[in-house]
Design a protein around this ligand. Sequence first.
Ligand code: SAM
Length: 282
Amino acid sequence: MPEPVALTTPQTICPEQLVRFADKPGWYHSIELAPGVVTRGAYDHTPLLHHYRFPDTLEGWSVLDVGASEGFFAFEFETRGASDVLAVDTDRFDGTPALSLSVTHAHKYVEKYRRRAATNRPFEQLYQTLGVPCGHHTLAAATLRRSQVRFERRSVYDLDQLDHKYDLVFCGDLFTHLKNPITAAEQLAATTGRLCIVALANALPAASDAPQAQEKQCEYVGDCSGGAFFHFAPECLRRLLLASGFHTVNIVSRFDLPDRARGLTNPHAVLHCIPHSNAPTP
Ligand SMILES: C[S@@+](CC[C@H](N)C(=O)[O-])C[C@H]1O[C@@H](n2cnc3c(N)ncnc32)[C@H](O)[C@@H]1O
């Protein structure tokens, strides 16, 4: 059993309560809340981190995590030494949907987010002890980890309102959920100082992976999903990012991310994008 967690307030959280909190349904990321206590997230990125090809050390880097969700990657950037990490997401963690939805499917997401919020009711007292709004997974995790990561509710479409560029901009698994991926790519390019790393979920297969199938560059799925709109082939997203303000875009890896909630794997690709302002001089 882990040690009791002392907070900056005079209170402590007992280990049994912390383990129950980490094990509750509704977590998206697998985050270490305290030594040995990891949330039971739908996804566990830790064993797959090498596919993202993050710099080993981020000492002296400022980092912006766009669509950060519960903050697994933002915490990882902090662990790697980033001096300033800002994580942004549209999620209010109050039971209202965080995604832009297609009108015909909105009801599914209203119910999904309501169910997630309900998993937090038995932990109201814990959230109160932590001093964060009930249900706010991200702030709860940050408080327990004594993290210095800053969180803001902000859309990818509003990044140009930030007052400076970030050395590293990370945008994980967001593009498939966007109604306006080109505007988002332009905003990412405008905010990137040195390197932007984009992870693509639901990556379409290359013809070499499925020789019988016709290679698709992009597929519209908003009529069946309602919260996801486009599945891209990595090469299609590469061209979109290049045309949206990046100097160089390389696909650096492809891998399958297990989805523990649904028992499936989700095909991924990772793209590294260099902005014009950081292009090598000829
Ligand atoms: C699929 S999750 C990805 C989480 C994390 N980046 C990762 O790679 O595991 C997408 C996240 O993007 C957020 N999101 C959706 N639309 C957004 C927008 N317009 N701007 C910023 N975040 C958004 C969602 O609330 C959700 O937390």
